[in-house]
Write a protein that binds this ligand. Structure first.
Ligand code: NDP
Length: 247
C-alpha cells in the first residue's frame, strides 16, 4: 500500500462502481478525495460516509452539460489548494449497435466519455502539482472488435490516444499519464444481464484467464499503484486489468 498522505485526488464518477472503489482505496492510502458524481446524491453520500468526512467530500457535476467543468472546479477550489491525482473514470455506455445509433446518442456519449475528461484535464493542469498523476479509465474493448458497442468503444479509443499523447506533453513536469483498461467488472452498468443470472456470470467468468468476473477493487488497486511514488517511471502506458480476458 502506497503512502498518499497529504495528496489530493479527484475521482470522477466516484459515487458508484469502479470510481467508488478507487476513491476508497486512494483515501485508505492517505489521500483526501473529491468524490465526483452526476446525479445520484445518495450514492455519493454513501461513498463519502464509507471514507469519512475528514478524507472526502462530494461534488456534483453532470458531465453531459456545458457548465460541468466550471461547476466541478468551483467546488474543488473551495476544498483543495492544488491537485496531485486526477482519475478520469466517469463514463456512460450505450446499448445501440451501428445501425441504430442516433446522432443524439453519439453526441451524448462522446460528450461524457471524451469531451468531459479532455476539458477536466485541461482545467486541472494549472492545479496539478509537478509529479502528479493522471489516470484515465478506458476499457479492454479498444483492443478487440465488439460491433454491438461500437460507439462506446470509439470513445475509449479516443481516451487511449489522449492519454498517450498527453503523457509526452506533461513528462517534463514529472506528471505521469496512464490508461487503465478493465474487462468485465461487476458494477451497476452490467447489473441487468449479469446479476442473478448464473449462466451469464459463468460465461463472463470464462472469458478471463483467471476464471471470474472482475471486482471494482481489482481495478482500484492498480490505480492506487499508478498513483503511488513507486510508479514514478511508468507513463504513457496502457495497463490491461482484464484478468487475462479476451475483452
Ligand atoms: P457505473 O455505471 O457503475 O458508475 C458510473 C459513474 O459515473 C457513477 O459515479 C455516475 O454518477 C458517473 N456518471 C455517469 N454519467 C455521468 C454524467 N453524465 N455526469 C457525471 N457523472 C456521471 O460505472 P462503472 O463503475 O462500471 O465504470 C467506471 C469506468 O470503468 C467507466 O469509465 C467505464 O467505461 C469503465 N469500464 C467499466 C467496465 C465494467 O465492466 N464495469 C469495463 C471496462 C471499463 P451517478 O452515480 O451520479 O450516476
Amino acid at each position: 500500500m502506497g503512502d498518499l498522505s497529504g495528496r489530493t485526488a479527484l475521482v470522477t464518477g466516484a459515487s458508484r462502481g469502479i470510481g467508488r472503489a478507487i476513491a476508497e482505496r486512494l483515501a485508505a492510502d492517505g489521500a483526501r478525495v473529491a468524490v465526483h458524481y452526476g446525479g445520484n446524491e445518495a450514492a455519493a453520500k454513501e461513498t463519502v460516509a464509507a471514507i469519512g468526512e475528514e478524507r472526502a467530500f462530494a461534488v456534483r457535476a453532470d458531465l453531459s452539460t456545458p457548465d460541468a467543468v466550471d461547476t466541478l472546479f468551483a467546488r474543488l477550489d473551495e476544498e483543495f489548494d492544488g491537485l496531485d491525482i486526477l482519475v478520469n473514470n466517469a463514463a456512460i455506455a450505450t446499448s445501440s449497435d451501428f445501425e441504430n445509433t442516433t446522432s443524439e446518442e453519439f453526441e451524448r456519449i462522446f460528450t461524457v466519455n471524451v469531451q468531459a475528461p479532455f476539458f477536466i484535464t485541461q482545467r486541472a493542469l494549472s492545479r496539478l502539482r509537478d509529479g502528479g498523476r493522471i489516470v484515465n479509465i478506458s476499457s479492454g474493448v479498444t483492443r478487440i472488435a465488439m460491433p454491438e458497442i461500437i460507439t462506446y468503444s470509439m470513445t475509449k479509443g479516443a481516451l487511449d490516444t489522449f492519454s498517450r499523447t498527453l503523457a509526452q506533453q506533461l513528462g517534463p513536469r514529472g506528471i505521469t499519464v496512464n490508461t487503465v483498461a478493465p474487462g468485465i467488472i461487476d458494477t451497476d452498468v452490467n447489473a441487468s444481464w449479469l446479476r442473478g443470472n448464473p449462466e451469464a456470470e459463468a460465461a463472463a467468468a470464462a472469458r478471463a484467464a483467471l476464471g471470474r468476473v472482475g471486482r471494482p477493487e481489482d481495478v482500484a488497486d492498480v490505480v492506487a499503484f499508478i498513483a503511488s511514488d513507486d510508479a514514478r517511471w511508468i507513463t504513457a502506458d496502457w495497463i490491461d486489468v482484464t484478468g487475462g480476458s479476451d475483452l
